[in-house]
Each structure stands twice: as structure tokens, then as C-alpha cells.
Design a protein. Structure first.
Length: 159
């Protein structure tokens, strides 16, 4: 089996586990009659992930797979891929998750967005920093004010 099929099988397994936890999530009594429950989006994402994984697993071979190596991952030449960028982005995601409470949502999200764009190669700081700040403020406003979900915007020592 090709590497892309194995990745699709792994994606299917993760979607099934995510779906199981979403469908068995116990709701609080006041959440039972709401139209949008805390597990509504995870259930939809898991079903969508399962559908996409099945499409990838059972998709017929393309012309590039039959004749050439174009579009396939060459495991013998992993050095040609940007694995350093991928690892740096994964590390940035972990650091972002760890920094959310002590640093606050606004600062950690702005730092993550600016740092992620820096990792991906953006070097125009006059574009990168304002976009990261606008993005962090917009996400905070939508989640806090529109959805009514509390996000601690400031670091722990401010309040």
C-alpha cells in the first residue's frame, strides 16, 4: 500500500476516535435543549473526516501514480521536503497551547500567528504583525462577544 493510503488510514482512525469521543460526550443539563451543543461541531468534523478518509482510501489511481512519480512522496529523498518547517510549526502549536493560560489569548494568538508566518517564510514585519494582531482581536471578539464563550484575553497577572 502506498504512503498516501497509509496516511488516509491513519486519518480515518483519528477521525473515528474523535467521533467516538464527540458522540459519547456527556452534556450538562442546561446544554440538552440548546440548538448548538458543545459536541455539535466535533461530530460534524468527525463525520466529514471519515468521509474524506474513505474517499482517499478508495480513490482510483491517477495517471501520475500509474506512470510516474509526480505527486508521490519519495521516502528515499525526505531531505528535499521542508520537514524543518513542519516540525517548527508543530512545536509552535504546542507552545501556543501551553501559553494560552499564562500569557492570555490575545498575546499568545498574535505571537503564534506572527511566528507561524515567520516560519513559513514571511519577512515583511509591517504586514505580518498588524495582520496577526487583527486576527487575534477578531477571533477573540467573535468567540467572546458573539458566541459568549469566555476567553481570558490578558495574562494571568493582569486579571
Amino acid at each position: 500500500m502506498k504512503l498516501d493510503k497509509w496516511i488516509a488510514v491513519l486519518f480515518l482512525l483519528l477521525s473515528l476516535i474523535y467521533g467516538y469521543t464527540a458522540f459519547t460526550y456527556e452534556l450538562l443539563p442546561f446544554e440538552l435543549n440548546t440548538s448548538f451543543k458543545p459536541n455539535t461541531m466535533p461530530m460534524a468534523l468527525s463525520v466529514l473526516g471519515i468521509i474524506i478518509a474513505f474517499v482517499l482510501i478508495f480513490a482510483p489511481k491517477t495517471a501520475a501514480e500509474d506512470g510516474g512519480a509526480e505527486g508521490n512522496i519519495d521516502v528515499s529523498n525526505l531531505g528535499q521536503y521542508k520537514l524543518g518547517q513542519a516540525a517548527a510549526l508543530l512545536l509552535a502549536m504546542v507552545l501556543y497551547a501551553l501559553a494560552l493560560r499564562p500569557v492570555g489569548f490575545l498575546a499568545s494568538t498574535a505571537l503564534f500567528l506572527a511566528g507561524g508566518s515567520f516560519i513559513l517564510g514571511e519577512r515583511r514585519y509591517l504586514v505580518m504583525i498588524p495582520i496577526a494582531l487583527i486576527g487575534a482581536l477578531s477571533i477573540w471578539y467573535l468567540v467572546q462577544e458573539m458566541l459568549g464563550i469566555f476567553l481570558r484575553p490578558w495574562p494571568w497577572f493582569i486579571g
